[in-house]
Design a protein around this ligand. Structure first.
Ligand code: GLN
Length: 523
């Protein structure tokens, strides 16, 4: 019984709830049981069954009263970077241990108003800094496709939970790829909208000019349903885009003008930046991405060659700008206002120092130091200002492409998910962000859409994501193309083999402690 329920997506669950075939309370319980059974994935950081059931009861009452809110009773969870009133918020950091927000983030509030029931808070890299979820102070998340591998990051808990059917959809944030890359590594669908579409109010800040909320689910349709509810202007975020509310599910379904039957993408020009297909691209990734592009062609799209000549520069540019903003944003964590404070100290300055030394993890400290350095008087012009100029040129490169195409496509990441504990050098993680950083720096919307599975001996069966990038506010066009692909293919419907029906094997935690001792792939 619960297998059937937990396999259903958002649209299907909303339909069953409205038809009164299932109650919000039954759903909350069914997913709650799955979450407990799959606790070894490490996807959740906080749960509160009583609070979840209280929300579910309220949703059932609204349903009984004929309330037509679109997501009434649909269970979701939030990346632990969104502040929430009932649940603790840690941002994956010891620094926020014990912190309880007095208010809900706008995204959280809007999804609650739309009727969603919250199952809890999802693990993530500390302050969203990372690409593997190994920087969480609360332990790693495992990839449901192979528990010896990372789920990607920083929204690793979100991606693993959606892939393992612990919930039908969940929120994430993307500063430089943190929705798209974990979605790709876990074989789920994720969208990061245009910067400003979702309010940043109540999102623990990492790099404010890049941070953007979004969603992961198992289909473009389900993403569209949540995005419609969580987006829109918010006066409490000064960078919120002033646009009327959007119905992304409608936009997703709207046929392209002049498209013939069976060719829903007729007339759509998809640009392939040559820099996104380097010779060094893993064959597993290139093969799957090209297969997905061939499907898009069958649906009527045409492929055109374009160029994003500053793709490689997006790495140094991002890793100057993001740490610069992080060093400023994270100065608020001083042991006085939020969460953790060192137990012993001599005076106020010593308290600051010890709190920050003990509360932040290694990657966060590294970025605070880099950020402080590039913003310092003698180096500002040489690094930060240069990076800002290049950021503008990267955005201009995209506009040149969009004169020749409607969407841009390529891989999300240069490889499939790597083994837990394998990548100890932070620079390797930074380099792996190469295909997601350009759209982030330009503030453009991007998606990861399941595009099949790796075929090579070492990583066979691991999911690969196709990245789609649109021009500003073209979320509808992105979702339309992704939806058309998902109507014609079934990659997004595939389930991780081991995780669904049975609890994880004994002893999996040891693999992470001993790099190299990871399990063999399960497919
Ligand atoms: N991997 C990138 C980083 O560590 C992106 C993270 C993100 O998008 N939050 O900064």
């Amino acid at each position: 019984m619960s297998g059937g329920l937990t396999d259903a997506g958002v649209a299907e669950l909303a339909r069953r709830l409205r038809a009164r075939e299932v109650s919000a309370q039954e759903l909350a319980q069914a997913f709650g049981q799955r979450i407990e059974a799959q606790a070894a994935l490490g996807a959740f950081l906080a749960r509160d069954e009583a609070l979840t059931l209280e929300q579910a009861r309220a949703a059932d009452a609204r349903l009984a009263a004929g309330d037509a809110a679109p997501l009434l009773g649909v269970p979701i969870a939030h990346k632990d970077i969104f502040v929430t009133r009932g649940w603790p918020t840690t941002a994956g950091s010891k620094m926020l241990q014990g912190y309880q927000s007095p208010f809900d983030a706008t995204v959280v509030q809007r999804l609650a108003e739309a009727g969603c029931v919250t199952l809890g808070k999802l693990n993530c890299d500390e302050f969203a800094m990372g690409s593997a979820n190994e920087n969480s102070a609360y332990g790693p998340v495992r990839n449901p496709w192979d528990r010896g591998r990372v789920p990607g990051g920083s929204s690793g808990g979100t991606a693993a939970a959606v892939a393992a059917r612990l919930l039908p959809a969940a929120t994430g944030t993307d500063t430089g790829g943190s929705i798209r890359q974990p979605a790709s590594f876990c074989g789920v669908t994720g969208i990061k909208p245009t910067y400003g579409v979702c309010s940043r109010y109540g999102m623990v800040a990492f790099a404010s000019s890049l941070d953007q909320a979004g969603v992961m689910a198992r289909s473009a349709e389900d993403c569209a349903l949540l995005l419609s509810a969580m987006s829109g202007f918010d006066a409490r975020d000064a960078t919120s885009a002033q646009r009327p509310p959007q119905d992304y599910a409608q936009a997703m379904r709207t046929a392209r003008q002049g498209a013939a039957a069976g060719k829903p993408l007729q007339g759509l020009r998809i640009g392939l930046p040559q820099e996104f297909f380097p010779a060094a691209l893993a064959a597993d990734v290139g093969g799957a991405v090209r297969a997905a592009l061939a499907e898009l062609q069958k649906l009527g799209a045409t492929l055109v060659d374009v160029s994003l000549p500053r793709t490689e520069l997006s790495i140094p540019v991002y890793y100057i700008i993001a740490p610069a903003e992080a060093s400023s944003n994270l100065s608020r964590f001083d042991g006085v206002k939020f969460g953790f404070r060192a137990a012993e100290y001599a005076d106020l300055l010593d308290m600051y120092k010890k709190t920050r030394a003990q509360g932040f993890g290694a990657e966060v400290k590294r970025r605070i130091m880099i950020g402080t350095y590039v913003l310092s008087h003698g180096y500002y012009d040489a690094y930060y200002l240069q990076a800002q100029k290049l950021r503008r040129m990267i955005a201009d490169d995209f506009q040149a492409c969009f004169e020749r195409c409607d969407l841009i496509a390529g891989p999300v990441a240069p490889s499939v998910a790597w083994a837990l504990g394998q990548q100890r050098d932070p620079l390797q993680d930074y380099l792996a962000d190469i295909f997601t950083l350009p759209a982030s720096l330009a503030g453009l919307p991007g998606m990861s859409v399941p595009a099949g599975f790796a075929a090579s001996a070492g990583s066979g069966g691991l999911p690969v994501g196709l990245q789609l990038i649109g021009n500003y506010f073209q979320e509808g066009a992105l979702l339309h193309a992704a939806h058309a692909l998902q109507q014609a293919t079934d990659w997004h419907l595939k389930e991780p083999p081991g995780s669904l029906r049975s609890p994880p094997p004994e002893g999996v935690s040891a693999a992470w402690e001993r790099p190299g001792a990871a399990e063999e792939p399960t497919l």
